[in-house]
Ligand binder design. Structure first.
Ligand SMILES: Nc1ncnc2c1ncn2[C@@H]1O[C@H](COP(=O)(O)OP(=O)(O)OP(=O)(O)O)[C@@H](O)[C@H]1O
Ligand SMILES: [Mg+2]
Length: 298
């Protein structure tokens, strides 16, 4: 596979450290665990299954890999009720009907030949999973698989095993080059062992303090060291409070931006109270934290 912005290719990356450096170059700060899992997925051509709390960098890892290697990103956002027609392919029924009418109109209706002509590429609407096979090399992101019904996972098994799918009326579609597949889950339910078995697995943790400070400084232009350290420290304490929704990195960044937008250079009780809505999204959490703001900032 070929690289673009970073000059990296999936074959040229020689170690997890090298991959971490390449990802760092485009603003994704991977710890050793993430870098190793992603490196192995790339080099072993195996799907990577990433699980973790919201905002731990699962989706952005796939985006970063696509950018690092200059590969197009094909994204399948899973949701309740998602089916093969949305994920894999669909026959273009209205066009098939028009085609039949046209055949009828010119009076050449050989029923068997007409039927065969309906199930050709011309009438096949490729959805993300099929596109990933026909357009590979690419990065295929199957995002939030836990939101899909568990039967949906069965559609993925052949693709993950063989880099191919079988369309009954058409035949097998096989990728010339395997796509780099990243699956993510927030673990709102367990994903089947059958799916996990086909993947390398990595559990993403929230970044440690130093990494979160580094992410904030990288992603929030103009943010000073002091404010970044205060925000990252406070967010860390919030994560220890067993809130309904502990903040992820996205919330840390929002908090830092909110403070910056108000022209604050310091996270003190007053500025924290005014901007808590950037980092906490449940009124119960806001009430609990407001009641002990001093411990948050100490
Ligand atoms: N290691 C990291 N380096 C740089 N940015 C990061 C990192 N981790 C998270 N971020 C940033 O934090 C934000 C949230 O990350 P992301 O959307 O990837 O999280 P997620 O794990 O997919 O969350 P969710 O489960 O809610 O979908 C993004 O803006 C992303 O750029
Ligand atoms: Mg995500």
């Amino acid at each position: 596979m070929t690289g673009a912005t970073t000059g990296a290719t999936t074959d040229s990356i020689g170690s997890p450290d090298e991959l971490a450096q390449t990802l760092d170059g485009i603003g994704y700060l991977a710890d050793e665990g993430v870098a190793t899992a992603a490196f192995l997925a790339v080099r072993m051509q195996r799907p990577l299954f990433c699980e973790g709390e919201p905002g731990t960098g699962k989706t952005s890892l796939a985006l970063a890999l696509s950018e690092a290697f200059g590969l197009p990103l094909i994204r399948l956002q899973c949701h309740e009720g998602i089916d093969a027609a949305q994920a894999l392919y669909e026959w273009d029924f209205p066009r098939q009907l028009l085609h039949l009418r046209a055949l009828e109109a010119v009076g050449t209706l050989d029923v068997e030949a007409a039927e065969q002509s309906l199930y050709t590429e011309r009438f096949l609407l490729a959805r993300p999973l099929l596109r990933a096979l026909t357009e590979a090399p690419c990065v295929l992101l199957v995002d939030e698989i836990d939101r899909a019904d568990d039967e949906f996972e069965a559609f993925l098994l052949q693709l993950l095993d063989e880099n191919a799918v079988t369309i009954p009326e058409y035949g097998e579609v096989r990728a010339a080059t395997p796509p780099l597949v990243v699956l993510t889950s927030n673990r709102t339910r367990e994903v089947h062992d059958a799916l996990k078995r086909r993947c390398l697995y990595h559990w993403l943790e929230h970044p440690d303090l130093a990494r979160e400070i580094a992410i904030l400084r990288r992603k929030v232009p103009g943010l000073g060291e002091r404010l970044a350290t205060q925000v990252a420290g406070a967010v860390r304490r919030l994560r220890e409070m067993e809130l309904l929704k502990p903040p992820g990195v996205a919330e840390s960044m929002d908090w830092a931006r909110a403070l910056q937008t108000l022209g604050r250079e310091e996270l003190d009780a007053e500025s924290a109270a005014r901007t808590l809505g950037a980092v906490l999204k449940y009124s119960e959490d806001l009430d609990r934290v407001r009641a002990k703001l001093d411990t948050l900032l100490s």
